[in-house]
Design a protein around this ligand. Sequence first.
Ligand code: HEM
Length: 210
Amino acid sequence: MKNDKDKIARFTPAERVNHWVLALTFILLALSGLVFFHPSFYFLNNLFGGGVWARILHPFIGIVMAISFAAMFFKFKGENVLTPGDREWLKHAREMFEGDDSHMPEAGKFNAGQKLLFWLLLLCMALLLLSGLIIWRRYFSNIFPVWMVRFASLLHAASGAGIIALIMGHIYLAIWTRESMGAMLYGYVRRAWARQHHPAWFRQVNGEEK
Ligand code: HEM
């Protein structure tokens, strides 16, 4: 992918395909997970061919999501290390939401909010995977004592609710930050967008000093 005088490459095709695999598996998992969460969501089982199929498919889709997240994690982890400037960014984030971004420290490729989301997603993903394997009745749950399976079910529901809240926030902010959806759909952003939202990254891409 090449930069030109108007636009800068932000995400490679592989990163974008993986992100949308992650998004699709997340939606399927949230919908099938809600089927088991509360009777008022049971009607969602119709999307999966019935309750039994929802139950069979859910853990396998979970494995695909975990692999996809692992790929994203290893690709993006270096760009998500929090710096002292990020703490300042978080301190002033409220002012930015109220329309005044004059005190915001310069963000790199990802801003402090995105970095925080990244690490919280990692936490939820790790808890979901671990607890999900323990409660996977077909293969594993008979290996573990009953108290552990019960505790894992609770943890699975809590981290599932947590990740749904995080992703709802992520989607809202992806829409709120105009043009950022284009970055994940087409791979490019306008130079002016990069300069406004991620100035340190913009200068780095242009080969200037940080
Ligand atoms: C379901 C609908 C989703 C939409 C509409 C969406 C949208 C986006 C967009 C527009 C970006 C680019 C932001 C930028 O250029 O700065 C992005 C980045 C990213 N997405 Fe998503 N996403 C979705 C689901 C997910 C899921 C399920 C995960 C992980 C479980 C995820 C994790 C990430 C991460 C880690 C990044 C990079 C940094 C960030 O913006 O936080 N996304 N997403």
